[in-house]
Design a protein around this ligand. Structure first.
Ligand code: HPA
Length: 254
């Protein structure tokens, strides 16, 4: 079963036009130091398929990136029978060709976060466990998203730009970055920057779930454009991208 983790601007899949909401469920999880242990998940029917939806910032968009209980979210989806996760992430564009409105399915990431609960293997089990993370995203799921996005695009009057590779930088937030920080990320080889891609991706790997990221650029990262980043413009961009995201996800489910 497919699970979708929605980010900024995507807390309400009823805007997706996907079919029927069966129920919302609060799942109790074993995780929660300084944050709630329960996770709200929606059960949806899309065509003949069932799909679960989890808004990572909560249904009221109240959790900042560093307060999201990533372990509880991944644990809850696995517990409910999810085997594949598509994560939707709003990002800033570092590479200057990645302008607002561009969709990116990254193939690599660099984790710049700190102080997040980032593993299920925290010494409480008998063995020390390590997971391979050479390729952080599941290739077959990346291919599914790209196919779906291109299908939707082929029927679009105004096709969007879809980029099939890229390196996602995950910063700690909740503040945005400085010009110097973005220059450093660019020198490190990062193409896009967000605050919520990790430890979500590595926890999914630890939980043996397929995982891929569908990122959409909502602003030029600090110093890539001119002047400061305007949140009004970011939210306008999120709104513009919503239909394409919804249609692509709908096609991934069907
Ligand atoms: N930086 C970090 N996270 C983001 C950005 C950004 O510029 N835009 C959207 N999420």
């Amino acid at each position: 079963m497919l699970g979708i983790i929605g980010g900024t601007g995507l807390a309400e899949p009823n805007q997706f036009g996907w079919g029927a909401l069966e129920r919302q469920e609060n799942v109790e999880t074993p995780f929660g130091v300084g944050c709630t242990t329960s996770v709200s998940v929606e059960h949806w029917h899309a065509g003949s398929e069932k799909v679960l939806f989890l808004p990572r910032h909560g249904f009221k968009h109240s959790l900042p990136p560093h307060r999201i209980n990533y372990r509880a979210n991944i644990w809850a989806l696995k517990h409910l029978g999810v085997t594949q996760i598509i994560a939707v992430n709003a990002v800033g564009g570092i590479t200057s060709t990645l302008k607002p409105g561009t969709f990116v399915v990254p193939d690599q990431l660099i984790d710049y976060t700190s102080d997040r609960e980032m593993t299920f293997f925290d010494g409480l089990s008998e063995n020390v466990n390590h997971v391979d993370f050479t390729e952080p995203y599941t290739e077959s799921l990346r291919a599914l998203i790209l196919r779906a996005a291109r299908d939707v695009n082929s029927k679009n009057d105004r096709p969007v730009s879809i980029v099939s590779k890229g390196c996602y930088a995950c910063t700690q937030g909740p503040r945005l970055e400085t010009v110097a920080e973005i220059a450093r990320l660019a020198a490190d080889g990062c193409d896009i920057v967000g605050m919520t891609g990790m430890p979500e991706a590595s926890l999914a790997r630890e939980a043996e779930l397929d995982y891929a990221c569908f990122a959409f650029v909502v602003n030029l990262a600090a110093g890539v454009g001119s002047g400061s980043i305007k949140f009004q413009e970011v939210y306008e961009e999120v709104n513009k991208c919503r239909t394409f995201i919804a249609e692509t996800l709908g096609r991934c489910v069907a």
